[in-house]
Design a protein around this ligand. Sequence first.
Ligand code: NAD
Ligand code: DAU
Length: 366
Amino acid sequence: MSKLLVTGGAGFIGANFVHYWLAKYPQDRVVVLDALTYAGNMASLAGILEQDNFRFVHGDIGDEDLVATLLREESLDTVVNFAAESHVDRSIHGPDPFVTTNVVGTHSLLKAAKKVWLDGGSGRPHRFHHVSTDEVYGSLTPEEPPFSETNAYAPNSPYSASKAASDHLVRAYHHTYGLEVTTSNCSNNYGPYQFPEKLIPLIILNILEAKPLPIYGDGLNIRDWLYVEDHCRGIDLVLQKGRVGEVYNIGGNNEWTNIEIVRLVCGLVDQGIAASEILRQRFPHSPACLGNKAESLIAFVKDRPGHDRRYAINAEKSRNELGYVPQESFETGIRKTIDWYLANEDWWRAVMNGSYRDWLEKQYAD
Ligand code: NAD
Ligand code: DAU
């Protein structure tokens, strides 16, 4: 039986991970520590909050004493660190919280783990798993091979620079102090519970409300898309089989230009609306209700400053050492995602106006 501290567990990937983990390992205990920033949403943990083997703690990873107390009180043996500021555009407009949470916050978490597990001698075996991103490797040209774990770091945005700094600190805590760490660097995730500032949910919801679909620059930037549950499965494999001190890349082998993605989502939402009278009643402004195509909403806008051209992951090491193979095809994953947003209007409307979140926070926050 494991006892996990999942930081950022009310965010997109963290919440998916908690659902995945407790369904697969119901005997384990999970404590979520989340600061409930704009991106944190307790509604994403609905159905879990009341379970006996689950505890939600409203707090900051930068609070070293709180983390140390949790590790000690709950005899936790595993940290999975999802907590972060995660949106590149926000990091360009306001980098400070990225340094505070991603760099200083991760360092506080490392200090607390070292204090309790190593200095206090309470934690063998233990594991500190750090969730990171492919963006730390920089940008690829169309001809370059995908990123492998040996690529030099070349982060380009304040977000990726802050993630790179945190990766280095995690590495250093292993090398210098012997903290038992692993790190995974993953490509772009999509799926349920993703905050609608990220490309795929933004496009789905804007179509439903007939708002413009903003495409940065020429729309030819490439990302390697992975269904979020496959990312969770990859982290699970790293925790079970990964070698301490190692880094594992996780990806989908699934490169698409942004404009291709947007056109695909447009076509699928149009089909869904055309096929359902109920959806037409719920989303009367959606272009398909008026006999138009969602693609008519596409608007090319000013490029993101410093916009990375291409990311792609070489996940050979994870496949060879851990047996990692993504299980969801893009066709099924994107359909599931669209269906999830269509079926969970309450979730995204509340995310956008904050009301449901406020109520849940009052109900459950420590
Ligand atoms: P997210 O923005 O949806 O969620 C982040 C969560 O962290 C939120 O619940 C937020 O409240 C919480 N948080 C923020 N600051 C905190 C703090 N100081 N203390 C405690 N909690 C705090 O992010 P996400 O997309 O789920 O990403 C999770 C992790 O995965 C991040 O570390 C990100 O860098 C990494 N990652 C994301 C992707 C992706 O495509 N989204 C891909 C690869 C790696
Ligand atoms: O690669 C992993 C990273 O993927 C994670 O580390 C980040 O946390 C996550 O946010 C994501 O970063 P991106 O910047 O790639 O994701 P985003 O959804 O913001 O943008 C995807 C692509 O779409 C990117 O090339 C920018 C473009 N884009 C995005 C938005 C929000 C648009 O063209 N229009 C938009 O409105």
